[in-house]
Every structure is written in C-alpha cells, then in structure tokens.
Design a protein around this ligand. Structure first.
Ligand SMILES: [Zn+2]
Ligand SMILES: [Zn+2]
Length: 346
C-alpha cells in the first residue's frame, strides 16, 4: 500500500479536509500516476453531498486527472515512466460483456468502475483525483499530447469527452448547425469543439453575460433564452442541440428549434423527470437523446483532436485549500469556466 495525500469529504455536510489515503500496490497491469492537476466537476459536488445517492465516507472525488507516470507494472506496454497521462471518469470495466468487447466500456452492461465512489475490483471504494497519486489499470490511462497546456487540459477528461462524443456521433461538421444550451464547464468546451469540427454554432444561454465569450470561442450567434419569446425566432434552425443544463427546461420549446430529423442530446442531468410532448418528436421526426462521457478510444481521439486544433479549457487554477470556496462558486455559476486544483498544494 502507498500512503498518499488527498483532500476528502468527511461527510455529506462538512467541507473537504486534508487526509492521507491508501493506494493499492502497483500490479502488473497498473500505472502509478503522480497527479499534477485535477479539475473540479459539478458531479464531484453532487457526489460528496450524497445528492446522487448515499456514499461511503471519507470520499475523495475528482475525475479530471492529469499527471506523469511515476511507476509501471511488469506487464505495462502502453505507458512509460515520465509520460504525461490523464484519467477521466472511469478506471475499469468488466471487459467481457458485449459493450466492453465492442470498445464501449463506458456503457459496460455490468457498469464500469467509476474513478471515485465506486466499488473497485478488489472490493475497496475508488478514490478520485484530489490527491497526489493514483494507481490505474493501463487500459484506462490516456496519453496527454504535449501540445495541450499541462495545467489547463484536465477538464477535457470529463467535460471535453462528454461534449465531443455526441458531437461526433451526430456528425457535427461543415454544413451542420449546432446549438449548445448552457455555457458552463461542459458548454464552453462543446462550443470550441463543435466550431473546430466545422459546424456553425449558436449558444443558447440564459442571459447576455457570456455573449462576448461565446463569440470569442467561435460561435456565430448567442441568444439569451431568458428573454420572452427568444426561442420563437429559432424554429426549425438546428440539426443538433447539445443540452448541458442540469436544471429543467421547456423541452418542447427547444425541440421546436430543431430541423426535421434533428436531435436534441442531453448531457446535463436534472434530477427530476422532464415533460416532453411526443408530438414534438413525431412532427419532423426528431430525436430526444442522451449521452454519457465516451469510450477510452474516443477519449484518446478527443485529446488528439483538441491538441491538433489548439483547443484548451478555460480554467482558474486553485490550491487544494481553495476547493470548498470553489464549490460554492461552481454552485453560483461563478467560474469561467472550470476550476483546476494544483496538487502541489496538497
Ligand atoms: Zn465530471
Ligand atoms: Zn462490460
């Protein structure tokens, strides 16, 4: 066992505190990563506060992890000591089901092993990236291209792949019109990636406050949806809508902005069910869909794509001690656009 420093939630209601945790010994297929940076995802907050179900405490979260390989197991072939690597939302899967065999381990039929708060193969509960080190099976470790900024790339591993995957699957590209609903951690990357794919991008966000940023990221248009009747003028406009908002919206009003056979794909997840009129789907043959992160192969493809196109998340670097304040600011949408913890401060 390795004793390593971390920042952990002692309970659902207390702030995160420094804690020493154990990492497993490096097995034959394992990689020991010296973590340099860890992104702060809204899911981290939901999880530690028990909002997505009860968890075991203390719990370390963080699933946007970037660092260097510090040690490899005897059978590791894909990574070498010193390599710059990343870990996203999952660290293992069953490897045997139809989805795993097809390379869709994110849709593993028995559920993939999440990077934190998930039962690991050895029966322990996985502990995430707000830590100095982590041990991960090499098949779930990504190569971080040198062209990506070391301190800012971490959010690609959750927010980046979450938006890249549906954009790729629904063929965003030259000639397609894409709308991104909500421009936070996920949305701002969705805009940058869709623009790089060649799509014409519109940002639909509540107020005018992020308009300048939206246009700077390459969107051709920004519509403030908080204004009465804002969506009316957009009827039949888009081939694809990526909805990153995790609060309930008037789905029928958004579906009406799709062209015939267009798709509205949800990546934000409000806890309560959303009403949708089936007529909104039937008229125009529209699809109402969802998407969850991406496979390891696709995550590597996304990282390489971002490196090639000079795409990096907009981040604010914080110390570990600043994470509790950062949580409050995330909840107030007061971050442009992702906090990243410098783990040297742990
Ligand atoms: Zn996340
Ligand atoms: Zn599986």
């Amino acid at each position: 066992m390795l004793n390593v420093k971390a920042y952990a939630a002692p309970s659902a209601t207390e702030p995160l505190v420094p804690l020493t945790i154990e990492r497993r010994d490096v097995g034959p297929k394992d990689v020991l990563i010296a973590i340099r940076y860890a992104g702060v995802c809204h899911s981290d907050i939901h999880t530690v506060r028990g909002e997505w179900g009860p968890i075991t405490y203390p719990q370390v979260v963080g699933h946007e992890i970037v660092g260097e390989v510090a040690e490899i197991g005897s059978e590791v072939t894909g990574h070498a000591v010193g390599d710059r690597v990343g870990v996203g939302c999952m660290v293992n899967s069953c490897r045997e089901c139809e989805q795993c065999r097809a390379g869709n381990e994110h849709y593993c039929l028995s559920g993939n092993t999440q990077t934190y708060a998930s039962p690991d193969r050895d029966g322990t509960i996985t502990q995430g990236g707000y830590s100095t080190h982590v041990v991960v099976d090499e098949d779930f470790v990504l190569r971080m291209p040198e062209a990506l900024p070391y301190d800012a790339a971490a959010p690609l591993l959750c927010a980046g792949i979450t938006t890249y995957s549906p954009l790729a699957r629904w063929n965003a590209g030259p000639g397609s019109k894409v709308a991104v609903v909500g421009m936070g951690g996920l949305g701002h990357l969705g805009v940058k990636i869709a623009v790089a794919m060649g799509a014409e991008v519109t940002v639909l966000s509540r107020s005018e406050s992020k308009k300048e940023d939206a246009l700077a990221f390459g969107a051709v248009r920004h519509v403030a949806t908080g204004e009465e009747g804002a969506l009316e003028g957009l009827r039949g406009s888009f081939d694809l809508i990526i909805n990153t908002v995790s609060a309930p919206l008037d789905m029928d009003a958004y579906l009406a902005t799709l062209r015939p056979e267009g798709a509205l794909v949800n990546v934000g997840a409000p806890p309560e069910p959303l009403p949708v009129s089936v007529f909104s789907l039937i008229m125009g043959g529209r699809s109402f869909a969802g998407s969850n992160i991406g496979s390891i192969r696709e995550t590597q493809e996304m990282l390489d794509f971002c490196a090639e196109h000079g795409i990096a998340p907009e981040t604010e670097l914080i110390s570990a001690a600043g994470v509790n304040e950062a949580y409050e600011r995330v909840l107030n949408s007061d971050v442009r656009y992702r906090f990243v913890i410098d783990t040297a401060t742990l």
